[in-house]
Design a protein around this ligand. Structure first.
Ligand SMILES: Nc1ncnc2c1ncn2[C@@H]1O[C@H](COP(=O)(O)OP(=O)(O)OP(=O)(O)O)[C@@H](O)[C@H]1O
Ligand SMILES: [Mg+2]
Length: 313
């Protein structure tokens, strides 16, 4: 059975509990946070796909309605559409936490994501075969898509209460991109669909960073071969990253916030080398999250790791 690693699970549960303790948050704060997470996800998810807008530009296009000189119109439209899909989904789940994941919902989300830049096929399954550039995986023949999508939805309802939510959303993500039901926009749609389960359980939006594109393709490739652990670990790391950001913002200033350091800085104060800490971080054994190309961690995370390690021995 697929599951997330118990150390990661414990940390994630604790963080979600802490966030829940602060609820209900002031509605204006929630609105601000939502906007921030939606813009960041839009920037990263479209960026993975080759959209050229920076994070700042994505913000200006979405929140200020500006046009960025020298940037393609398509990139503007994609940003707005992606943001709208997240808004749509956010509202839907706010009104009905248990909203089931159906083919209709997946196609609606795809429809919004592609409404301006791929209108002809927005919300519609493909009718011809496709390849995924940059990957060895060959998606199934077009005629199989409807059946495979039905199976996927059935798989979700059969497994929703059996698997840890993060394992479930990781696997759904992979199944969806493997089927590749649409001509284009599969990655973007799958990254949104994965978030349905997480949002329902009260997690902030989880983003796959543009900087992690290689890693992301790598873990999907392993999942193609039946090895789901790297994908689940990767998604769990990103869940944790979102929880950290959320916590940093909602924790009152007066409380002692954890300070995060680059591994090379903090290694000097530990028995480990920066390289070893990097390995622990990638394996999910040490709490850490990525900012740009660097992993950041805290003194508390190192202490927790040391204690956990001793317990195991
Ligand atoms: N080995 C793989 N197995 C299954 N799916 C994969 C694999 N490698 C990449 N993918 C998925 O295929 C997506 C690309 O498909 P497509 O171009 O239809 O989506 P997109 O949303 O337009 O692009 P992008 O993912 O680049 O944003 C990737 O985002 C990823 O989710
Ligand atoms: Mg594409």
């Amino acid at each position: 059975m697929y599951d997330i690693n118990p150390i990661q699970k414990k940390r994630i549960d604790e963080k979600l509990n802490t966030i829940n303790k602060y609820r209900p948050l002031p509605s204006s704060q929630v609105a601000k946070l939502q906007e921030k997470f939606r813009i960041e996800m839009t920037y990263n998810s479209n960026g993975i796909e080759g959209n050229s807008l920076t994070l700042k530009e994505t913000f200006l296009v979405i929140s200020e309605g500006l046009t960025i000189k020298g940037k393609p119109l398509k990139d503007h439209l994609e940003a707005k559409d992606h943001f709208e899909a997240l808004q749509y989904l956010g509202d839907l789940i706010e009104h009905n936490k248990k909203h089931t994941v159906s083919e209709i919902l997946i196609r609606q989300l795809h429809q919004i994501v592609m409404q301006e830049t791929g209108r002809e096929w927005a919300g519609k399954y493909r009718n011809a075969n496709v390849i995924i550039s940059g990957s060895d995986h060959t998606p199934p023949e077009a005629f199989e898509v409807p059946k495979l999508m039905r199976n996927l939805v059935k798989w979700i309802s059969d497994n929703q209460n059996k698997l840890h939510l993060i394992a479930l959303s990781s696997i759904v993500h992979h199944k969806l991109v493997s089927i590749h039901p649409f001509f284009d926009g599969n990655g973007r749609t799958a990254r949104i669909v994965m978030n349905i389960f997480l949002m329902q359980a009260g997690y902030p939006l989880v983003t796959i960073l543009k900087n992690d594109r290689r890693k992301y393709y790598n873990v999907l490739d392993k999942a193609d071969k039946g090895d789901y652990d790297p994908l689940i670990r990767f998604i769990a790391q990103n869940v944790e990253r979102s929880l950290n950001i959320y916590l940093q913002i909602i924790t009152p200033k007066s409380q002692n916030k954890e300070k995060f350091f680059k591994l090379s800085e903090i290694a000097l104060k530990t028995p480990f080398s920066a390289k070893y800490l990097n390995l622990l971080a990638r394996q999910g054994k040490l709490e850490a999250f990525k900012k740009g190309r660097d992993w950041l961690t805290s003194k508390k995370a190192i202490d927790d790791y040391l204690i956990n390690r001793q317990r195991k021995r």
